[in-house]
Write a protein that binds this ligand. Sequence first.
Ligand code: RB5
Length: 151
Amino acid sequence: MKIALAADHAGFELKETIINRLRDGGHEVIDMGTDSSESVDYPAYAIQVSQAVSKNEAERGILFCGTGLGMSITANKVAGIRAVGPCDARQAEMSRRHNDANILCLGQRTLREDTVFDILDVWLQTPFEGGRHQRRLDIITEMEGQWAQGR
Ligand code: RB5
């Protein structure tokens, strides 16, 4: 799978760990920064990955910050993005089955590393169920279109 990733300074170390894990698993990785633990502002990084996913330049995105929260707030401003920050593997699984989540947001300061690995593995492997869940996503897409037109 082709996956775009980015982090702020508070998620940088976890991004590096996950990039290695993804490459070992045979995934294609697009690393959109940041490249160190020097302080940066997370919205710019969230938008880069969100646009890559929105334009189908990557199939999925993964964002890292201290909590995952700022990244998810920002990513969900971009049309077509369904960003989630699951606390555990069950939430990660359901975010794929029912919500077709296309961006995963992870908190380096809030999640244990073994929990991150559990979340990541199930999130990458779980398919979207479609059916009635697609109908609900279509409602979100329709609302995005209306908001874009100022209605
Ligand atoms: C940076 O200190 C921190 O606020 C940021 O990484 C993130 O947790 C924001 O949501």
